[in-house]
Design a protein around this ligand. Structure first.
Ligand code: TYD
Length: 201
């Protein structure tokens, strides 16, 4: 089966959302059918849960379970014929909510519950350095409770992303993007990879 699923991951201010927008424009212009979704939320009903989660102050275990409940609900609504683009997916839960070995085991066992047909073929991980992060935060500011809470945990989260990138999930390709560069360069790198791995022509 030629799975056409790609996910975008990275810390706040990594330029992930900008790249998702550029990709969306490209696909529309080239009449390539696609479905864009984001987590948490990503569906009309589930956007309510997004608001609840992102404005919450829940403990970590509650967050893990909320994120996965919202995720499985989203998957149950997805149709697989288009190219599907995830703005955050299971790597985010590992990156942000994994502190202890116990968290790690729980999160990996929940990821294991995801049907293989929903495992991305490619995950683009946007890696920024601290200097770029500080510069961009000055310009953009903080957007929600989560931005505030996790900002000081940049190194832990970055390290978790790198660790999950080494774990094999149905042979998905975990591609690290140097997100400190110019947005057009990054956009082209993404298109090249989508073509190379036959997600688009
Ligand atoms: P969002 O506004 O979508 O941030 P961004 O534009 O950077 O993607 O907020 C999503 C927040 O939720 C972000 O801080 C990361 C966090 N998050 C988790 O902590 N765990 C998860 O599993 C997911 C999906 C998101």
């Amino acid at each position: 089966m030629n799975k056409k699923i790609v996910s975008f991951e990275g810390f706040e201010y990594s330029g992930k959302s900008t790249q998702i927008k550029l990709l969306k424009n490209y696909l529309n212009k080239n009449k390539i059918k696609s479905t864009f979704t984001r987590e948490p939320g990503g569906h009309k009903q589930l956007e309510k849960i997004r608001k609840i989660i992102l404005n919450s102050n829940y403990d970590n275990l509650t967050l893990i379970l909320f994120f996965f409940a919202s995720r499985f609900a989203l998957l149950s609504k997805l149709k697989l014929n288009n190219l599907i683009v995830f703005d955050r997916y299971f790597d985010s839960t590992y990156a942000y909510q994994k502190y202890t070995l116990k968290d790690k085991k729980l999160i990996l066992s929940l990821i294991n519950q995801i049907d293989k047909k929903f495992i991305p073929k490619i995950t683009f991980y946007f890696k920024i350095n601290k200097k770029t992060l500080v510069q961009r935060k000055k310009i953009v500011g903080e957007r929600n409770n989560f931005d505030k809470k996790y900002y000081s945990q940049f190194s832990r989260i970055q390290k978790n992303y790198e660790d999950i990138g080494k774990i094999n999930f149905d042979n998905r390709k975990f591609i690290t993007i140097d997100a400190n560069r110019d947005k057009e360069l990054i956009h082209n790198e993404i298109l090249l990879n989508l073509k190379k791995w036959k997600l688009i022509k």
